[in-house]
Design a protein around this ligand. Structure first.
Ligand code: PMT
Length: 406
């Protein structure tokens, strides 16, 4: 269940209360489960635990002030609100609950709470009499109407000596409750390595051999894998695209560099997707100086590049391997041949003779083939095709023994 927190961004709001010390353990639990954590503390919270402690545990600067120009310049409150997948306030004091319920926006935590589209949750912590107070319960009811999840409180002996409801849940219970707010992705907890874009093979300091790949398809697959809960390493040839959110990108230029980066990234990975259009040949040696124009013809001496996807499929610790085939004729026939020859688990074949899909286009269409079957993915945007392909990958990988976590 905790695996659902992989790649999730949790903004932990800490308000003033003796239970603030439990936030430290909560941060550790959330990070152990693969979540990224940022912390916002109210002034009262800082009376109970220091920002330095929570900074050390979260690995990120702690946010304390709405009107601090330096903090706003680093990561403004709106950016923070957009960053989060979940805003959890733990502990949520009676005062903090009242402020959140009434829509106040005069400190950083209440402002981020108002400005976010993320899931919202609170873990109340207070004296049992305060918990039972009608005004507190009315504020809770208001938050409930707005789909705010309320975790706890537990009952027991309180710091003040009273016995009753109002203790904040333990960190381990809160981490579980957070995980319960997220649906299971089909690739939750998996590490996927993807190659994308073209390679460039240098002829001399100013010229190279390459192809028309824009990287759009591979980058869309990376984003779809993140959506499905995976951790993603994207080995990208020279392309002009922003890195999808939460993806680890490794930039390379040549096929040999791409092979080295892929081999390094794939150790221990669960899946490898070879979407890059790798140059099959490279000049035997790149000239040190610019090649001068002289004779009417120029003969290039080319040598074969290593086959990256075949090399990954040949590893003893091979992941589930998905290849691509860009073909201009006998598309499915050639792709089937590549599936067998390169020992792939799946291959996605593209008819790149069509001008409306494939290289550079925002759309694609493909036939996905595996040993026992095939499926046509009709023309759609690369984002949609990528989601369909990722769903197929997860299904086929599970069928071949790679467990897809529930
Ligand atoms: O980048 P876009 O503009 O979005 O375009 C997307 C795309 C058309 C490039 C993509 O959908 C695609 O089809 N990628 C594969 C292109 C290709 O090189 O196909 P291929 O048939 O030449 O190669 C077969 C497979 O072997 C591919 O998985 C390729 O990554 C891999 N290969 C090829 C040569 C090599 N030396 N090493 C490899 O790993």
């Amino acid at each position: 269940m905790l695996a659902r927190l992989a790649n999730k961004r949790i903004l932990l709001g800490v308000s003033g209360g003796i239970a603030a010390y439990k936030s430290a353990e909560l941060i550790r639990r959330l990070r152990d489960a693969g979540a990224e954590v940022r912390v916002v503390m109210t002034p009262a919270a800082q009376q109970f635990i220091t920002p330095l402690t929570l900074q050390a545990l979260s690995g990120n600067p702690v946010h304390t002030d709405l009107l601090d120009p330096a903090a706003e310049a680093a990561m403004g409150h709106i950016e923070l609100a957009r960053w989060a997948d979940l805003v959890l306030v733990a502990p949520a004091s009676a005062d903090c609950i009242a402020r959140l319920a009434q829509g106040m926006a005069n400190d950083l935590l209440s402002t981020v709470w108002l400005a976010t589209r993320a899931k919202l949750a609170i873990a109340p912590a207070m004296n049992q009499q305060m918990w039972a107070a009608p005004s507190l319960q009315a504020n809770l009811a208001l938050l409930g109407e707005r789909d705010v999840a309320v975790f706890g409180p537990a009952s027991g002996v309180q710091a003040c000596g009273d016995v009753g409801a109002g203790r904040m849940l333990e960190a381990v219970e809160l981490a579980d409750a957070c995980a319960g707010l997220f649906a299971t992705g089909t690739l939750t907890g998996r590490h996927v390595v993807i190659t994308a874009g073209p390679t460039r093979e240098a002829l001399d300091p100013v010229r190279y051999l390459s192809n028309h790949s824009s990287g759009k398809m591979g980058f869309a697959i990376a984003a779809a894998c993140i959506e499905a809960g995976a951790r993603v390493t994207l080995v990208a040839g020279p392309v002009n695209l922003p890195t999808p959110d939460r993806v680890t990108r490794v930039n390379v230029t040549s096929a040999e560099e791409m092979l080295a980066a892929a081999q390094q990234a794939v150790a221990g990975a669960d899946m490898f997707v070879a979407c890059a259009a790798v140059a099959d040949y490279r000049p035997r040696a790149a000239a040190d100086q610019k090649i001068k124009k002289s004779a009417d013809t120029l003969t290039l001496d080319l040598v074969k590049n290593p086959d990256i996807v075949a090399a990954i499929a040949a590893r003893a610790d091979r992941p589930f391997v998905v290849g691509f085939a860009a073909e201009t004729e006998k598309v499915v026939e050639h792709a089937r041949d590549k599936l067998v020859r390169k020992r792939l688990d799946m291959i996605a074949c593209n008819d790149v003779a069509r001008g409306d899909i494939g290289f550079q286009s925002d759309d694609n269409a493909m036939t996905v083939i595996w040993q026992e079957g095939e499926q046509v993915l009709e023309k759609a945007s690369k984002a949609v095709i990528a989601r369909q392909l990722v769903a197929l990958m997860a299904e086929r990988a599970a069928a071949t023994g790679l467990q897809v976590r529930k």
